[in-house]
Design a protein. Structure first.
Length: 510
């Protein structure tokens, strides 16, 4: 049936077409069926809605679908019934515990990328991985398919290195701003491609964007990396592993699920596509981190190293301390300022972020062959203390279109702020990763880059009554008020005396 297009200037989170009930009856369609829309040799399948919102003889499509087809308002398209996607049958097989072949996994990934699977079908696929899992061979096929369907970068060099953190620990996004210039100063190439924060107060890209544009095209990533030694950029802008972003945005974030096979495929598909040959994967372990148990961390480390080897990537997995936030600043602008302070001072700053950055940079220097085994940390420290890392970072900022002369104090923070003081004296026994993230997000991070949390007390610190333990920043007074109320109810920084309980003085009265 030929129908005239009505394009609605709205992007949906899934492809969808809408037709009138009379037209649907003529085509023998019901809501939820799939239609194939043909236009000038191109064809896309989309789930169908039926509504009088669509006039008889017309088909309503939304902006993302119109762009994929290249069709404009009022043009004629040919609409036919589309058989159920074969990939839906494959997803059903995976739900029943079957092992999928390379070709079958590639078919599913292609249909995800083309936009022809609905959110329900994507959720079925994600949940099949959550509850049925995949073996390493299947994950390798999934990783390659996700990488190869997008842009694959080629630097023409084996000394292309990178690091990735599994996350879950607030404040961790700024370490790349320290590691990349250290590694690049030593002559290695480090094209750091990252995604934006989904559930955390800031991702590496959100933090870097405070200082320079991050939406670099693929050819710009290659050119700048070869010329300067490194970039810190947004993978999505260069179409690197685009299926990963689709799955995160349409299913993983709404359902708050993160299947282990997809964790591996997500990390390694982006690194494979970015041309990385040597990789350090940081696995923070601790209460309220993404990985809370050392046994799980060791299993994940083993699997990542083995999968990377299958992709011809030399990988090492570093299991790191993740029991409290890294550094003292959480939120894009705050973390950018903290990273600049460390770089410009030659390494002075919060011990946790300096130590972690130097350790990972040292591993990369050793893997890249520019430092002897066991000497990488000292080489990284020397580069940081000498000011070479700071000068290299200024080069990277300028190459990406930012202001290389920016100083830590030039980074604007939210105008609305409030200090939260300790209500008791004693030692900090816990800083909650989860609570700190919730407070920073309530203040507006990461969308509000000036929002976030600065910690004045961390585990082991001694505080007195009335001492500041954290400060909350926001660009909105309403959001600040919400974040402060949350901080007061969650007790994110726990202060206790050395005596936790007293026994032997008679009954406890409640």
């Amino acid at each position: 049936m030929e129908l005239r297009t009505k394009v609605v200037n709205i992007r949906l989170d899934e492809p969808r077409a809408v037709i009138n009930r009379e037209d649907a009856d003529r085509l023998g369609l019901i809501a939820g069926d799939r239609v194939k829309i043909n236009y000038r040799g191109s064809a896309l399948a989309a789930p169908l809605s039926i509504s009088d919102f669509a006039e008889k003889g017309s088909i309503v499509i939304f902006l993302d679908l119109a762009e994929r087809l290249g069709v404009k308002e009022g043009e004629i398209v040919d609409v036919t019934r589309s058989d159920v996607q074969h990939s839906v049958d494959l997803i059903r097989r995976k739900m029943n515990g079957a092992k999928l072949s390379k070709r079958e996994i590639e078919e599913i990934v292609l249909d995800i990328y083309s936009g022809s699977l609905s959110n329900v079908e994507l959720a079925a696929f994600i949940l099949s991985l959550e509850f049925r899992g995949m073996d390493l061979e299947e994950i390798e096929y999934l990783t390659r398919a996700m990488a190869e369907i997008g842009t694959v970068l080629d630097f023409g060099s084996k000394n292309v290195v990178d690091k990735h953190s599994m996350g879950g620990v607030p404040g961790n996004s700024k370490d790349a701003l320290i590691i990349v210039p250290i590694v690049a100063s030593a002559g290695l190439l480090m094209p750091k491609t990252s995604t934006r924060a989904i559930m955390s107060p800031s991702g590496t890209v959100d933090t870097m964007e405070v200082l320079a544009p991050v939406d670099l095209r693929a050819e710009e990533i290659v050119e700048i990396t070869k010329r300067v030694g490194g970039v810190i950029t947004w993978a999505h802008a260069a179409n690197i592993s685009p299926v990963d972003a689709i799955l995160i945005e349409r299913v993983e974030y709404p359902l708050r699920v993160d299947p282990e096979p997809l964790i591996y495929a997500s990390i390694l598909s982006k690194k494979y596509a970015a041309g990385i040959r040597k990789l350090v994967v940081d696995i923070p372990v601790g209460e309220e981190a993404k990985v809370e148990d050392m046994r799980d961390a060791r299993r994940i480390a083993k699997n990542i190293v083995e999968l990377a080897e299958r992709l011809d990537i030399t990988a090492e997995a570093a299991i790191s301390y993740g029991g409290q936030p890294i550094g003292r600043c959480i939120g894009p602008a705050l973390e950018a300022r903290e990273a600049l302070e460390i770089l410009s001072s030659g390494g002075k700053g919060s011990g946790s972020i300096v130590e972690k950055s130097l350790s990972i940079a040292g591993m990369l220097l050793e893997m890249g062959g520019v430092a002897a085994r066991g000497k990488g940390y000292q080489m990284a420290l020397s580069i940081l203390e000498s000011g070479k890392a700071y000068e290299k970072f200024r080069e990277i900022v300028e190459a990406q279109g930012g202001d290389p002369s920016i100083k830590p104090e030039d980074v604007d923070l939210g105008d609305h702020k409030e200090v939260i003081n300790s209500r008791s004296a004693g030692y900090v026994t816990k800083v909650s990763n989860k609570a700190v993230s919730m407070i920073a997000r309530a203040a507006g991070a990461p969308m509000d880059k000036k929002a976030g949390v600065k910690l004045y007390a961390k585990r082991g610190d001694r505080v007195e009554v009335g001492d500041p333990i954290m400060e909350v920043f926001s660009s909105s007074s309403a959001r600040l008020s919400e974040a402060v109320k949350l901080a007061q109810s969650l007790d994110p920084v726990k202060v206790e005396g050395m005596i936790l309980e007293i026994h032997g003085r008679g009954p406890v009265h409640i």
